[in-house]
Design a protein around this ligand. Structure first.
Ligand SMILES: [Fe+2]
Length: 415
């Protein structure tokens, strides 16, 4: 049966306001009537900025921890741009690295506000790029909905105003941008990202070593594409952040679950045009249930709110799916992958959570955050065709593990 955006009943036990429910449907209706629903397609790319000099280290990390491989490099007037591909899958990854360590744009200005983001002032997940049939029309429609876009001359980084792209300004609710392109991302030269460059023999050799290490450990063939990506936001902005994303995309609000133990909720948005989320990864928003300043009344945990206070609203993790199955060594595949990565020196937060016995279930784990991108990598195995995005117990354990790694000590407040 075809998916009906307007009558879909979302799942979960997190209570939403009447305002949210009213505008959720109004936004869907407006997407259809304005033509936006038909203009927009799947997620085609994600953009991640790293500090000057960190791109090589980040690529090495991706070669070991992900299925992504370098396919093209370009130098713009301000950045090195590395295009990475996971077999023939989407989204592509664009790693951007300022040429000058003192480069300053919105990324640095935002990062400098937050105590734990300052040490890597240019490192930040930037945003996703979605397919559009017509980016000029997309701009026209969304501007009539009061969405702001970057225009030539407005940005220090020319990437955001290339002819091939349309990018919003960073969202006030998530600090992520949303981009659009008409390109099929097959001919990278046509994007006019800058002057092409090749990696040095030394860089290629170091990436090859990482790839071989992953291959020898037997983990590469078990890593598939991106399953979901999770952004952390403030308690009071949960509904606005979701509604804004629904305004900007062709995703739908799948549902939200309350994670009582961690005083937070997990809010999942999916693309209804794909059968497999890896074709257009789910967008998850995580927010505390109560803001930090009232938390001391009940002394509940608040790792999500603390993360935002420490690092700013931002993408928190990118999750890769591990092929479901029992590894010949006797473990589930995700346990095997994580065990091998640990042996190769990749640090993880706590242990794999989830049972995965005879019933559909989920096994998940968080790595420590990358020192290059500040992003956590999640590995997830959907056992026996588990359909959902999480189990409440898993999320509580993962959130607790990440929280204890993101502490900031200041005055009497130990975040
Ligand atoms: Fe996740």
């Amino acid at each position: 049966m075809a998916f009906d955006l307007l009558t879909y009943q979302h799942v979960g036990d997190k209570k939403n306001s009447d305002f949210f429910e009213e505008y959720r449907v109004k936004i869907y209706e407006r997407r259809i009537s304005s033509g936006l629903e038909q203009l927009l397609g799947k997620m085609r790319g994600v953009v991640i900025q790293v500090e000057t000099g960190d791109a090589n280290g980040y690529l090495e990390e991706l070669y070991l921890m992900s299925p992504y491989r370098f396919v093209a490099g370009y130098r713009s007037t301000t950045h090195n741009i590395y295009v990475l591909v996971s077999e023939d899958r989407f989204p592509r990854i664009f790693v951007i690295e300022p040429l000058d360590a003192d480069f300053e744009d919105d990324v640095r200005r935002l990062n400098m506000i937050y105590p734990m983001a300052r040490s890597k002032p240019n490192a930040r997940y930037i945003g996703e790029i979605y397919q559009s049939k017509d980016i000029k029309e997309t701009c026209k429609v969304l501007e009539s909905h009061n969405i702001r876009f970057e225009y030539q001359g407005d940005t220090e980084n020319p990437l955001y105003t290339l002819d091939a792209f349309l990018f919003t300004v960073p969202s006030d609710f998530t600090y992520n941008r949303v981009g659009y392109t008409e390109s099929d991302f097959e001919d990278y030269d046509s994007l006019q990202l800058g002057t092409p460059f090749d990696l040095s023999a030394e860089q290629l050799a170091s990436l090859e070593r990482q790839k071989e290490a992953g291959k020898e450990a037997g983990i590469q063939r078990l890593l598939t594409g991106i399953d979901h990506m999770a952004t952390r936001i403030l308690a009071g902005e949960r509904e606005d952040a979701i509604l804004e994303f629904l305004t900007l995309s062709n995703y739908y609000f799948w549902g939200a679950y309350n994670i009582h133990e961690m005083n937070s909720s997990t809010n999942v948005n999916r693309n209804h045009n794909v059968q497999d989320d890896k074709e257009s990864p789910a967008k998850v928003f995580t927010a505390n249930n109560t803001p930090s300043f009232v938390n001391s009344f009940d002394n509940l945990p608040m790792p999500t709110e603390d993360f935002v206070r420490n690092y700013g609203r931002r993408m928190h993790h990118i999750a890769y799916e591990v092929t479901d199955g029992d590894h010949p060594s006797g473990m589930k595949n995700v346990d095997y992958v994580v065990g091998q990565l640990r042996t190769l020196g990749v640090p993880f937060l706590a242990h794999v959570v989830g049972e995965c016995k005879d019933d559909p279930d989920l096994k998940q784990i968080f790595s420590k955050h990358s020192k290059y991108s500040i992003l956590i990598t999640e590995y997830v195995e959907r056992c026996h065709k588990f359909k959902g995005f999480f189990t409440r117990q898993n999320v509580a354990s993962l959130t607790a593990a990440a929280g204890s790694d993101e502490r900031y000590v200041h005055g009497h407040v130990f975040d």
